[in-house]
Ligand binder design. Structure first.
Ligand code: AMP
Ligand code: MG
Length: 317
């Protein structure tokens, strides 16, 4: 077993940084393709990667942000603000050289263990004061076998989810009882809670509605939330189904950091995460995944949903 405590601490520190930026300094820039990024994305990744560089120095990291972009996209003044915040939160003097080194630490390296970081998943949700997640997945030999997700806007209070060795847990983000979690056993349409992205550009809401109807789950409660918090809710038994089907003709690949930690936690809690045909996702292809969609469930409804997806896909062609 790996001691996750230093990473829990880093996720908590990253969450403090995110909150401070949200309250005082929120300005976003566009890193291309209308994808927003904020200084909190860089600040949170620097804190998370620093912890990995200290505790697991020989491991590889696959992370969303890059030191070069921090230098190019962020104004001098904003860079100084986030460096000052990191320094304050860590309680040590921090330089720009440190931050760039942490942002790029372990990237472009091969190792049997790889940490997969999305410092702020759901940046659009974060900017709009909705839901977001701070995520660190752990892959061993290219399989997502562990993960940590902080969800500062979880209903009822900020939570910290984690999984390792096939067991999943949650605890209040700022300390409290650590509880084992399991997916729910619900299968009745009227009691199901179905999740999907808020952003219409991220997934095709109409296709997903057709799938739910074809599966007999048209009456399920539909909840729109940003980020990997969707995985966390399924793992905690607070929802049963999360569909992610791209817009027709979309050529945008699925990014590994949007799904790695979530998959490890959902699977450890007893749920399923698969491609549209029910096959496991292929984690061996680097930063991008090559699947056609992602179906996440409590397991109990999975086969029924896969059959419905196949029916809708067949009708589309
Ligand atoms: P969600 O909050 O679940 O909608 O997912 C957030 C993630 O969607 C981000 O981290 C992005 O990697 C990803 N994303 C951003 N733009 C798009 C897009 N146009 N199509 C699909 N995914 C996207
Ligand atoms: Mg993301």
């Amino acid at each position: 077993m790996i001691d996750f405590q230093p990473l829990f601490q880093a996720v908590r520190q990253a969450a403090v940084l995110c909150q401070q930026v949200q309250e005082h300094y929120l300005v976003s820039s566009d890193k291309g393709g209308h994808e927003p990024v904020t200084i909190a994305d860089y600040g949170a990744q620097a804190i998370l990667s620093r912890a990995i560089s200290q505790y697991f120095p020989d491991d590889a990291i696959l992370a969303e942000e890059q030191g070069g972009q921090f230098m190019e996209l962020v104004s001098d003044e904003q860079r100084q603000e986030v460096i000052r915040l990191i320094s304050e939160i860590l309680g040590i003097p921090v330089t720009q050289v440190d931050v760039v080194k942490w942002l790029d630490y372990g990237q472009n390296r091969e190792a049997s263990r790889t940490w997969v970081i999305d410092p702020i998943d759901g940046t659009k949700g974060y900017i709009s004061m909705r839901n977001y997640a701070i995520a660190v997945g752990m892959m061993v030999d290219r399989k997502p076998v562990g993960g940590i997700i902080g969800t500062p806007a979880y209903p009822g209070g900020a939570q910290l989810f984690h999984a390792q060795s096939g067991v999943a847990y949650m605890q209040p983000l700022n300390g409290g009882e650590v509880k084992r979690i399991h997916t729910s056993t619900r299968t009745e349409a009227a009691s199901l809670r179905a999740l999907e992205s808020v952003e219409k550009s991220h997934a095709n809401h109409d296709r997903m509605q057709l799938v739910r109807e074809a599966a007999g789950f048209g009456a399920a409660e539909l909840i729109h939330i940003d980020s990997m918090e969707k995985y966390a809710r399924i793992a905690a038994g607070d929802a049963e189904l999360y569909l992610r089907l791209p817009r027709l003709g979309s050529i945008r690949p699925f990014m590994i950091w949007d799904h790695c930690a979530g998959t490890a936690i959902v699977e450890a809690a007893g749920g399923k995460v698969t491609d549209v045909d029910g096959s496991p996702l292929d984690w061996s292809t680097g930063k991008t995944l090559n699947n056609q969609g992602i179906i996440v469930s409590n397991s109990a409804v999975h086969d029924r949903v896969i059959a419905a997806v196949q029916k809708i896909l067949a009708e589309e062609t």
